[in-house]
Design a protein around this ligand. Structure first.
Ligand SMILES: [Zn+2]
Length: 83
């Protein structure tokens, strides 16, 4: 049964595709992973304490155990506290 084999190959292909996070390995290799922050990557995300933006912990600015997306938000938080 040739058709049955084709179906099995299609299923295996789909599983591998899913396993790779829906990306083709060739394309993935061309671009450095740091360029994109997708949900496919397993990383801890932090929420900005000011504007509630989600970012990876790599991008977050940690100040007094709170995460901020940028210096701008960090300054805002400081101003709110010490007023
Ligand atoms: Zn922010």
């Amino acid at each position: 049964m040739v058709i049955l084999k084709l179906i099995i190959f299609a299923v295996i292909g789909a599983v591998i595709y899913r396993f790779l996070g829906g990306k083709l390995p060739l394309i993935d290799r061309e671009k450095p992973s740091s360029e994109k922050h997708e949900f496919g990557k397993i990383e801890t995300t932090s929420e900005c304490a000011v504007c509630k933006t989600f970012m990876t912990e790599e991008d977050a600015i940690i100040y007094q155990r709170k995460a901020y997306c940028s210096n701008e938000c960090l300054e805002k938080a400081k101003r709110m506290k010490y007023r």
